[in-house]
Design a protein around this ligand. Structure first.
Ligand code: ADP
Ligand code: GLC
Length: 479
């Protein structure tokens, strides 16, 4: 039996701001239970829903020297769907309505979390062979493992994996403060270690010190070796390329299943979608106050509203896209104010065609995946992307830009060969996107049988965790 410990800043069903939580919460369920015992540590945020917090069982607590103070570290545990989750408790660091605040607070918060997560290991009835870290919030862990905790035999045996879900966020702050907070010596703040461009960089530390580095699609693993996608670390990614692997994400096929999903109005499957799927559309049109018409081409967007997601392209052609009465657009998302207001504006301007829902809702997201005909995701960059996988699963045809995981998971429609699960375009260009949307729309309206075959192939594509979990297993075995 191999013991694997995931350490991360979010995991479903407890706390989620994006795809990271989906991955950390669902992947552990899909390992071969005979061979791998996979457990997860996350912070016990005050914003985790109360009914979950009430179910957590207190295990122990102690005080840890951190940032010149003696700090409380509580350890709680809870089993969920066969996976053991541990929670690090500290009311000072993990208070607030959101898991993340401003970067200065977060730099300290996740240094605390990383150190505390390593300190609790001797108190678990579980000695990890491998610690699997996710994103910058846990970048210090491989560094600490090699430094501070290297004294103990138990820690010395542990290997570490660093998975990059998004290279854009690196956890950067000035060296002096980070030295103070982390207690790491000057030795670590050199350009071949934690330092990048004169600042301390948590993710860089993780990448340099981890025994293996992965990212969440093959294409993104290549892209980040180039300056355009490398976010300043492309040189490092090239240097570490023999330890870097792209393993595409999956989604939880039990949670996202049109046949059993309780959040949607009408269940359907690959056989019944032609007769049933549109009933979800009608219900959504009624719910959101759009014109009720089962034939209208409905496009969905469920997204963090940030510049990563290609929303500038949408803004640029929104008027052209909505000028004719043959399209409906349903948006669900929160994020940068300029994008929130942009969608609110178009909701006001094209009231019966555009519905902007500027909030977070798991229920509405499932309804959008189930109801729409197409799903738009024109990202500037996309390490993997889960929304397009959810759309495929619900037979909602993705329209994507060919980047990162979008390129690896959506096969563009080829009308001559009768292949493909979606539509795609190459350049970050608003009219290229618009033309692709128009092409999709014309297939939808004029060649319905062809369209339904695309839906059929989309629903057949397999992005459950089955394949990718095997790849992580072989990575662990090699380590
Ligand atoms: P990212 O992690 O970059 O945000 P992904 O496509 O990997 O992008 O994952 C996004 C996840 O967050 C999906 O599960 C998606 O359904 C969900 N999501 C994003 N915005 C919202 C929202 N406003 N309400 C509900 N779910 C959302
Ligand atoms: C990040 C990426 C997204 C990816 C997710 C889970 O948030 O932006 O592309 O799917 O992590 O790996």
């Amino acid at each position: 039996m191999k013991n694997i410990l995931f350490i991360a800043s979010e995991a479903v069903p407890f706390i989620k701001t994006g795809g990271l939580a989906d991955v950390v919460g669902s992947l552990p369920k899909y390992f071969d239970k005979e061979k791998y015992d996979v457990r997860v540590i996350i912070p016990k945020y005050l914003c985790i829903p109360e009914h979950f917090r009430n179910q957590m069982q207190y295990k122990t607590h102690f005080y840890m020297d951190f940032n010149w103070k003696s700090q409380y570290v509580g350890l709680l545990e809870m089993e969920y769907e066969g996976v053991k989750f541990y929670f690090i408790d500290n009311e000072y660091y993990f208070q607030g309505f959101k898991p993340y605040g401003n970067i200065y607070e977060d730099i300290e918060k996740f240094a605390f979390f990383s150190k505390a997560a390593l300190c609790v290991i001797p108190l678990l009835d579980f000695v990890p062979d491998i610690i699997h870290c996710h994103d910058w919030q846990t970048g210090l862990i491989p560094v600490y493992l090699k430094e501070r905790f290297n004294g103990g035999e138990m820690y010395r045996r542990i290997k570490s994996v660093m998975t990059i879900h998004n290279l854009k966020f690196q956890g950067v702050w000035d060296v002096k403060s980070v030295k103070n907070i982390t207690g790491l010596s000057s030795y670590f703040f050199a350009p071949d270690k934690l330092e990048a461009y004169g600042d301390a960089n948590y993710l860089k530390g993780g990448i340099v010190y981890a025994d293996a580095v992965t990212t969440v699609s093959k294409s993104y693993a290549e892209e980040i070796k180039t300056p355009f996608y490398g976010e300043g670390l492309d040189g490092l990614m090239r240097a570490r390329s023999n330890c870097l692997r792209g393993i595409v994400n999956g989604i939880d096929y039990n949670e996202y299943n049109p046949e059993t999903d309780k959040r949607i109005v009408r269940n359907y499957n690959q056989v019944t979608f032609r007769k049933e799927k549109y009933k979800n559309k009608i219900a959504l049109q009624e719910q959101l106050g759009l014109e009720v018409n089962k034939d209208k081409f409905m496009i969905g967007i469920v997204s963090r509203l940030t510049d990563q997601k290609g929303l500038d392209l949408i803004q640029y052609v929104m008027d052209e896209m909505c000028s004719q009465d043959d399209i409906q657009l349903v948006v669900l998302g929160t994020g940068e104010e300029r994008y929130e207001n942009m969608f609110r504006h178009f909701d006001w301007k094209y009231n019966s065609r555009v519905s902007a829902n500027i909030y977070y809702s798991e229920d509405l997201s499932h309804r959008i995946y189930a109801s729409c005909d197409a799903f738009l995701m024109p990202s500037l960059f996309e390490p993997c992307g889960l929304s397009q996988l959810m759309s495929l699963r619900y037979g909602t045809v993705p329209i994507v830009r060919e980047t990162g995981g979008l390129k690896d998971t959506v096969q563009p429609y080829n009308e001559y060969e009768g292949t493909g699960t979606g539509f795609s375009f190459a350049n970050y260009n608003a009219h290229e996107m618009l033309n692709t949307i128009r092409y999709a729309k014309s297939v939808y309206y004029n060649r319905k049988r062809e369209w339904n075959k695309i839906v059929d192939r989309a629903m057949q594509a397999d992005f459950s965790w089955n394949n990718s979990a095997r790849q992580y297993e072989s990575l662990y075995d090699n380590l």
